[in-house]
Design a protein around this ligand. Structure first.
Ligand SMILES: *[C@@H]1O[C@H](CO)[C@@H](O)[C@H](O)[C@H]1NC(C)=O
Ligand SMILES: *[C@@H]1O[C@H](CO)[C@@H](O)[C@H](O)[C@H]1NC(C)=O
Ligand SMILES: *[C@@H]1O[C@H](CO)[C@@H](O)[C@H](O)[C@H]1NC(C)=O
Ligand SMILES: *[C@@H]1O[C@H](CO)[C@@H](O)[C@H](O)[C@H]1NC(C)=O
Ligand SMILES: *[C@@H]1O[C@H](CO)[C@@H](O)[C@H](O)[C@H]1NC(C)=O
Ligand SMILES: *[C@@H]1O[C@H](CO)[C@@H](O)[C@H](O)[C@H]1NC(C)=O
Ligand SMILES: *[C@@H]1O[C@H](CO)[C@@H](O)[C@H](O)[C@H]1NC(C)=O
Length: 462
């Protein structure tokens, strides 16, 4: 069913845009913008969610059609618009982000509650928050409320935990594989939403929760003193059996969180967050960058070991680094030059496919290799878009107080009136997840999400 539409779109892409390898003059904003436009076109050609009979927000074909990978597409398109000013794909974003909210507007849609993980839900919430902060033009959405609703469901889960002295589990439904696993990324997305809602609202509750969760990550040993971020541990072992695999996206989510907390604090607290920003930036650039470009060492060091989820990490981390520069401008010197060499390496691979400009995953290889795929397009698109940072520096990152009303933030009023319902929503949401799981649908959801794959990969590496 999807195949016909797919080849048609690819074909029309080829016919209308067939050209030579992607060429970029990195000294010219216009050239970067033009290249990003081409890469965006090729990335979006994988997306069918806006067509009749398809599901808005769901990305691509197997094996890239994770539920959360749709949020990565939306986040990448928001940043593409923000940095380049190109609104070609703006209509797809609210359509996708709003279709997936679920009945409680907390990103627990019935289609995915049975296999829901805190990290998956968190990435959708983060995409909504990004739309609010960047004043994404869409009058129909109250973006920050969606992010807050996600945060509220996760707070409830965190505070009810006895095992490992706190922390969020990876899976939400007790019947799922991975319910007994607490991992860095699930807690990182919760910290991230708290950090950003704190800056958005000015309400100290969010930052306090982020600080508490950060302390827990440190106490349990998933975040080390030298800013390594380990994957997770099992509740049966009180989280002491730490899986020491390091993946860039966990560190990237924490870095952006620390940067937002730095931005909204003063005095000792600000100094503490600044130290964390510096430490994580150094750790990320040392661990995951080689010769100035992203190398996902845990899997990329062995050909073929990066699974279809890990292939998305480079673009995500690129955008977290760029966002860090914006809210913690003192990091500009250390981060911006790497973003440039990173994009240069990415673009060298953009010589493939039928139009000779499709990109590849392994930037170390210096040329196109392997078949074309959507994560490689999104990675290269992110790498290019963020280079236009200086062009947007005066736009700033909005808060509720500074957000542009035309940007769709119904902001405070919605916030206030929805707040009362939040505690209950968290509990109901959890109940739904459990109910679905117990009903047996978990068993039919064999698409495991990132954490389990990560754990599986780690086992394979041992
Ligand atoms: C879906 O979005 C793409 C990219 O913007 C566009 O070319 C296409 O016409 C849209 N399809 C429908 C049915 O609106
Ligand atoms: C849920 O999944 C079904 C089956 O794939 C699909 O038809 C439906 O549109 C989905 N609902 C939502 C709200 O995404
Ligand atoms: C601050 O946020 C928390 C969590 O959403 C909420 O319960 C509380 O009412 C808020 N406080 C104020 C003063 O708005
Ligand atoms: C479990 O680990 C936490 C620290 O992560 C510790 O505070 C707690 O005492 C441990 N509980 C048991 C039963 O060992
Ligand atoms: C091509 O990519 C797939 C994952 O998309 C990977 O399994 C395979 O090993 C890659 N092949 C090469 C030659 O890199
Ligand atoms: C906070 O972020 C804004 C971006 O909107 C930036 O202009 C400002 O300098 C940042 N504050 C600090 C203390 O770095
Ligand atoms: C958020 O902004 C709106 C105006 O856009 C204002 O009415 C509301 O009081 C603000 N809320 C908070 C919590 O600052």
């Amino acid at each position: 069913m999807k195949q016909g539409a797919f080849s048609l779109a690819v074909l029309s892409g080829v016919v209308s845009t067939a050209s030579a390898a992607l060429k970029v003059d990195f000294g010219s904003a216009d050239s970067i913008r033009a290249a990003a436009k081409d890469v965006a076109f090729d990335a979006v050609s994988y997306y069918k969610g806006n067509e009749t009979g398809e599901i808005p927000g769901m990305l691509g074909d197997e094996p890239y059609d994770w539920w959360w990978s749709g949020s990565v597409l939306m986040s990448t398109l928001i940043d593409f618009w923000y940095y380049t000013g190109d609104s070609s794909y703006n209509a797809l974003v609210p359509q996708g982000l709003l279709h997936q909210v679920g009945p409680n507007k907390d990103y627990m849609p019935p289609n995915h509650t049975a296999s829901l993980s805190n990290e998956d839900q968190g990435f959708w919430g983060m995409a909504a928050m990004q739309a609010a902060e960047l004043n994404f033009p869409s009058s129909e959405a109250d973006w920050s409320s969606l992010a807050r609703n996600v945060w509220s469901t996760q707070l409830w889960r965190f505070e009810n935990e006895e095992t490992c002295n706190g922390g969020l589990r990876w899976q939400v439904a007790p019947t799922n594989n991975g319910y007994n696993y607490k991992n860095a990324i699930s807690n990182a997305v919760f910290i991230n939403l708290g950090a950003r809602l704190g800056r958005w609202t000015g309400n100290a509750t969010y930052a306090e929760s982020a600080e508490r969760t950060w302390s827990w990550l440190t106490e349990v040993g998933f975040l080390t003193e030298d800013f390594r971020v380990y994957d997770g541990g099992r509740v049966e072992q009180n989280c002491t059996d730490i899986n020491k695999a390091q993946f860039s996206y966990s560190a990237g989510v924490l870095l952006q969180s620390a940067a937002f907390l730095y931005n909204q604090t003063t005095g000792d607290a600000q100094k503490r967050w600044r130290d964390r920003v510096v430490g994580l930036t150094d750790a990320i650039l040392t661990t995951f960058f080689e010769d100035g470009y992203h190398f996902e060492i845990a899997c990329e060091s062995r050909d073929g070991a990066c699974n279809s989820a890990m292939l998305f990490f480079k673009g995500m981390v690129t955008r977290f680094l760029a966002s860090t520069v914006q809210v913690a401008p003192f990091t500009k010197d250390s981060i911006s030059k790497v973003l440039k060499t990173n994009a240069e390496a990415a673009v060298k691979t953009c010589t493939g496919g039928d139009n000779n400009r499709q990109c590849s995953f392994s930037w170390a290889k210096g040329k196109f290799h392997n078949e074309t795929d959507v994560p490689s397009q999104l990675n290269a698109l992110s790498a290019l878009s963020v280079l236009l940072q200086d062009e947007v520096s005066e736009k700033g990152i909005a808060t509720n107080a500074t957000s542009n009303p035309d940007g769709g933030s119904e902001g405070g009023d919605g916030s206030g009136s929805n707040n009362a319902g939040n505690g209950g929503q968290g509990q109901n949401g959890n109940g739904n997840g459990n109910g679905n799981g117990n009903g047996g649908s978990a068993g039919t959801t064999t698409r495991v999400t990132v954490g389990v794959l990560v754990a599986g990969l780690f086992a394979a590496l041992l």
